[in-house]
Design a binder for this molecule. Sequence first.
Ligand code: URA
Ligand code: SF4
Length: 214
Amino acid sequence: MTAADFLPPTKDLDDLAAAAKGCQGCDLFRDADQAVFGEGAGSATMMLVGEQPGDQEDRAGRPFVGPAGRLLDRALAAAAVEREPLYVTNAVKHFKFTLPERGKRRIHQTPTRTEVVACRPWLFAELEAVDPDVVILLGATAAKALLGNDFRLTAHRQEVLRLPAGDDVPPVDPTVVATVHPSSILRGPQERRDEAFQSLVDDLRFAASLLNTR
Ligand code: URA
Ligand code: SF4
């Protein structure tokens, strides 16, 4: 089973979000609180794709509202990109975590390729519904979800990329840019944080410069 078994007949964003709540396309729905669907206007010109909801997103039911989201907001502001015309989503819609000990904090786990592929029909449906001019892939999971498992993020920053053709790829052709995930900056070494943050800001600015050039 994959998310494709739970897609509604229309590509309306509200219908998609409602249907995703009932998705059992992989095992991740079992332990997470809820599916966290993308957010933003259907008319958004830019789409940001993260990995999966984190602990706070899982509780709130909204993408990028925790520490990574706050860092992303700061980076968007520094790049002079407004959050308003954006559509923000994740490659995987349910939070994957381990619980090392009862009562302890839930620890993020990277989703497997199988889980990413199982969830991808939601992301494809969002791409088709929003039809953005520019897609920004935040981190390796999002980049590999759309550009293939062999894609190496570090080799392709500030490059104009396109979605590969494929049977289940929707008929849209946004300009695609890949950059680091905001969480990688939070998890990375303290002394490199300013530099890593600045490079994210530069990549976001580059992506914004590609608007209207499609
Ligand atoms: N990390 C992500 O990739 N997405 C979120 O929504 C939050 C943290
Ligand atoms: Fe469905 Fe995606 Fe959740 Fe798996 S992670 S159950 S495919 S919404």
